[in-house]
Write a protein that binds this ligand. Structure first.
Ligand code: SF4
Length: 279
């Protein structure tokens, strides 16, 4: 069985940076170090951090916090002011590309645009962007479910959003508003990963996507692969791989989300090699 692994599978620049910052802090073994929300959308990495003494908090008023790590997705401006009031030592691991999207959002707000964020309202990155957008903000995750737009609209997009959704929403808005200013803030890492995964999925009989079930960009890879490949499986760990999936399969593709560690991808490859050797 031929196994083809996407070159862009696994940690992106922003996640790698946040992981390095956090694991270096763990080495210093200080007490009271927490991430604000899970550092990345991967339960295995979050569990490893916990074993090294860095836990997750969701409530800023937790009495145990001394140092707070802001994750790649970033936070709204009020969170920075709250942490300052509480006297926490803040380590900001917001991805620089998310920071850029936050800055563009602020520019649109200051220039008097109704800010439209294309993304998932429940996603922490979008929650942070909402905080920069001011009160006149609307969110859309799909061109078929659009809120009303005003005459002057400024568009920003979640860094891991699909280009196709971005394109459809922009076309819709252009047909309704008089003045539209657009910042395409989808990050290059997302664009390349999606492109490569899709091309790989076209070439193989079975595609395995590795990553957290709660990871938006991993779920996007699953969805896009399923459009061009009949057999697509989403796994978090190699233990979920079932030998029965590979009956009459000669080519297998593997890709992973931005928050998937290399060691989990390697485990998956090794598990498929074992299955292949037994055939
Ligand atoms: S996907 Fe892009 S924006 Fe998000 S953390 Fe990775 S590099 Fe940064």
């Amino acid at each position: 069985m031929r196994i083809m692994v996407a070159k862009k599978a696994g940690f992106c620049f922003g996640v790698k940076r946040a992981i390095d910052i956090t694991f270096n802090l763990a080495k210093e073994a200080k007490e009271g170090v927490f991430t604000y929300g899970p550092l990345i959308h991967n339960p295995q990495v979050v569990a490893e951090l916990r074993s090294k003494g860095i836990d997750t908090v969701n409530d800023l008023s937790s009495a145990d916090i001394k140092t707070l790590i802001i994750r790649t997705h970033g936070v709204a401006p009020e969170v920075y002011s709250d942490t300052k009031k509480m006297g926490y030592n803040v380590i900001d691991a917001t991805c620089p590309f998310v920071k850029k999207a936050q800055n563009f959002t602020k520019i649109l707000r200051d220039e008097g645009y109704q800010v439209l964020i294309i993304g998932d309202e429940r996603h922490p990155e979008v929650q942070g962007l909402i905080g920069f957008a001011g009160e006149n903000v609307i969110i859309a995750n799909d061109a078929d479910d659009m809120p009303n737009v005003q005459k002057k609209v400024g568009i920003i997009v979640q860094t891991t959003q699909s280009f196709e959704t971005f394109r459809k929403v922009v076309l819709h808005v252009i047909g309704k508003a008089r003045e539209v200013k657009i910042y395409n803030t989808i990050c290059d890492s997302t664009v390349q990963r999606v492109k490569e995964t899709r091309e790989l999925a076209r070439k193989v009989a079975l595609m395995i996507i590795v990553g957290g079930k709660n990871s938006a960009n991993t779920n996007q890879l699953v969805k896009l692969s399923a459009e061009v490949c009949d057999k697509v499986y989403h796994i978090e760990t190699a233990g979920e791989i079932d030998g029965a999936w590979f009956k009459e399969v000669s080519k297998v593709g593997i890709s992973g989300g931005a928050s998937t560690p290399q060691w989990i991808i390697d485990d998956a490859v090794n598990r498929i090699r074992e299955i292949s050797a037994r055939r």
